[in-house]
Design a protein around this ligand. Structure first.
Ligand code: UD2
Length: 323
């Protein structure tokens, strides 16, 4: 199935991942219907899409069933990126997180079932593994959530599987590992790379929580988009797949790399106490997605960072000398 003739729906369309995915889908010739409640998403992210005749935007909430039923007409594929996305916020507001992520996703699945949507691709998270010592994380190992956010993502994965088995919907859950890149916001609840870039621009030292030995499998947004398209065009029904670069980097090495690439080594690093609830190491075994979808990440962390920095300098007219 080729994406170009399809009518696709993107939830969370004005967010970091949803908007990047939408630009790619439109470039490939798909018709995109985007929905977002604009709680976190920003219309600015849709500047390009809103000028495309194959794009429609509807402001609304995935918890509103009638809104979904109205919009879901002749939709072939749904990319479900809308979510309550912050782990620390979910600890403060577990009910809100549950409401948006679980009730919203169940609404979406029910509306999709009623409207005969072919396929749903769901944005899950590596958070479902919790802090188990096994590395790399593979799909069949125990999932031991340690935050309300992780509980909601795990529950949604189960709903995806059940709607596949019981109602025959084609569902795929993609477990993203630390995605970074253009349009990720520099906010206290955002990813570390966006936060550190914000600090570099303001000529501030980078803050590491802990001793810097924590590691993450940072995954560049363009690889995440690539794998979403692969999941749409190929068969992966009922599957749950890790999506990562498949190579971990420590926070200390990442900080040094960002300072080196931006030529700002003099800013240095400050070590603060570890952040409560942080997972120590996270790293994806991506053999399953390589086999099922023939996915091959195209960006190492350094290549992704360079691409992101170039985008950032151009977009915000910042003069960083990238090494
Ligand atoms: C990521 C996802 C989250 C969830 C989780 C799964 C992001 C933004 N969040 O959370 O949605 O899927 O993975 O486990 O992708 N750090 C610093 N200094 C800072 C900010 C962060 O040292 O100024 C550290 C932080 O303590 C952690 C690492 O950087 O060790 C990554 O933090 P993060 O907030 O980017 O992402 P994470 O892994 O907590």
């Amino acid at each position: 199935m080729k994406i170009e003739d399809k009518r696709v729906l993107v939830t969370g369309v004005a967010g970091f991942i949803g908007s990047n995915l939408t630009d790619k889908l439109l470039n490939l010739g798909a018709t995109v219907i985007g929905i977002d409640n604009l709680f976190n998403g920003r219309l600015e992210n849709l500047a390009e899409a809103l000028n495309n005749k194959n794009f429609q935007f509807h402001k609304g909430d995935i918890r509103d069933f009638n809104f979904l039923l109205d919009i879901f007409k002749d939709i072939d594929i749904i990319f479900h990126e809308a979510a309550f996305t912050s782990v620390p916020q979910s600890v403060k507001m577990p009910e809100s997180c549950n409401d948006v992520n679980i009730n919203g996703t169940l609404n979406l699945l029910n509306a999709a079932r009623k409207r005969d949507v072919e396929k749903i691709i769901f944005a899950s998270s590596s958070a479902v593994y919790g802090d188990t010592p096994t590395l790399p994380k593979h799909e069949n190992m125990p999932r031991i959530p340690i935050s309300p956010y992780a509980v909601t993502k795990l529950t949604c994965e189960s709903y995806m599987e059940v709607f596949h088995q019981v109602y025959g919907l084609n569902t795929t859950s993609l477990r993203y590992f630390n995605v970074f890149g253009p349009r990720q916001q520099d906010s206290p609840y955002s990813g570390v790379i966006a936060i550190w870039l914000g600090r570099i621009i303001k000529n501030k030292s980078l803050i590491i929580f802990g001793d810097g030995n924590n590691s993450r499998d940072f995954t560049y947004i363009k690889d995440v988009i690539q794998v979403n398209i692969l999941a749409a065009e190929n068969k992966s029904s009922g599957a749950i797949l890790n999506i990562g670069a498949g190579s971990p980097i420590t926070l200390l090495d990442l900080a040094k790399l960002m300072l080196k690439l931006t030529n700002k080594e003099e800013l240095g690093i400050i070590f603060d106490p570890p952040r409560p609830g942080d997972i120590i190491h996270s790293y994806a075994d991506i053999s399953k997605v390589k086999e099922i979808l023939k996915f091959q990440p195209k960006y190492t962390q350094e290549q992704g960072l360079r691409d992101y920095l170039e985008w950032y300098c151009k977009k915000y007219e910042v003069n960083l000398k990238i090494k």
